[in-house]
Ligand binder design. Structure first.
Ligand SMILES: [Zn+2]
Length: 287
């Protein structure tokens, strides 16, 4: 039912009651306000994350929170709003905001939460996943905190910044917020990273979007059903991933160190959706 209301702030109480009865999973889209090249809207990250969550909820159930346009870090370019500087391994704003929100979402009736960040400084990624791990333990409901591209690594999307993939995703998800004619000359283009944005297409954005959305649908349906043992297996895998990212970053004194071999984790999205958590742990051990 592609047109059903799934956005928290737009639901009437009886619609919320029905939504929770069908699938008590909350999607929390995260992003920021940041330069994404001359060709993309400045709110790309949160807009993209919200649109992916809305597609997933409309297809498989769940409720989508309003997106957060505020994150950790951001490229040093015009109109970037940096709420917390990078690099950092801790957070004074994002982490407490997410922690309180998770508690509130459980209190009002949700039984699983997906924190989906469309903004990916390394610090933002670690803080989101680490907060999800801790809140999974505190609240005893499954909470996943991940960048959206980790669900599509096996589709070739290894994360970029306003490059070929992010531009393609925005073209597919929200037509009208991208203008490729603004890109003049040859790469490198100002303040973007990744593949050549001039080659971006809505078709490619749809392909990657479908991989991400299909996995979100599976997770949103399954997570509220997980028993305590399954939740613990999930928790162990996510804890291992967080530890790996923190330890690699700490040892190298480089917050991005754990991303040096990102392709090693290509199976993450497939394994997560299939609840093959021990195999995620194995990826981390060999990563
Ligand atoms: Zn972005």
């Amino acid at each position: 039912m592609a047109d059903r209301a799934v956005q928290f702030e737009r639901l009437l109480p009886h619609q919320m009651e029905s939504a929770l009865a069908e699938c008590p999973t909350a999607f929390v889209p995260l992003g920021t306000l940041e330069w994404h090249g001359v060709q993309n809207a400045l709110g790309l990250d949160a807009i993209k994350a919200q649109a992916l969550c809305v597609r997933a909820a409309q297809r498989g159930g769940g409720v989508v929170l309003p997106p957060l346009f505020g994150g950790v870090g951001g490229v040093d370019q015009p109109y970037t709003v940096v709420m917390e500087p990078e690099p950092t391994f801790h957070s004074r704003l994002l982490e407490p905001w997410l922690s309180v929100l998770c508690g509130e979402l459980k209190r009002v009736g949700f039984r699983a939460i997906i924190l989906l960040t469309g903004h990916y400084g390394a610090s933002q990624q670690m803080i989101v996943r680490e907060t999800a791990v801790r809140e999974t333990q505190r609240l005893a409901i499954p909470i996943l905190g991940t960048p959206e591209y980790w669900l599509a690594l096996d589709a070739g999307y290894l994360g970029d910044h306003g490059g070929f993939f992010e531009t393609s995703l925005l073209m597919a998800l929200i037509p009208g917020l991208t203008d490729l004619s603004q890109l003049q000359g040859d790469p490198p283009f100002q303040g973007i990273g990744g593949g050549d944005a001039r080659q971006a297409t809505a078709q490619e954005g749809e392909r990657v979007s479908e991989v991400i959305v299909s996995r979100l649908v599976t997770l949103a349906r399954r997570m509220p059903q997980w028993d305590a043992a399954t939740r613990t297996r999930f928790l162990r895998a996510e804890q291992a991933l967080v530890s790996h990212q923190l330890e690699a970053g700490g040892a190298a004194d480089n917050v991005w160190a754990a991303w040096a071999n990102i392709q090693h984790f290509a199976a993450y999205g497939e394994l997560l959706a299939a609840e093959r958590f021990e195999e995620i742990g194995e990826l981390v051990r060999t990563g």
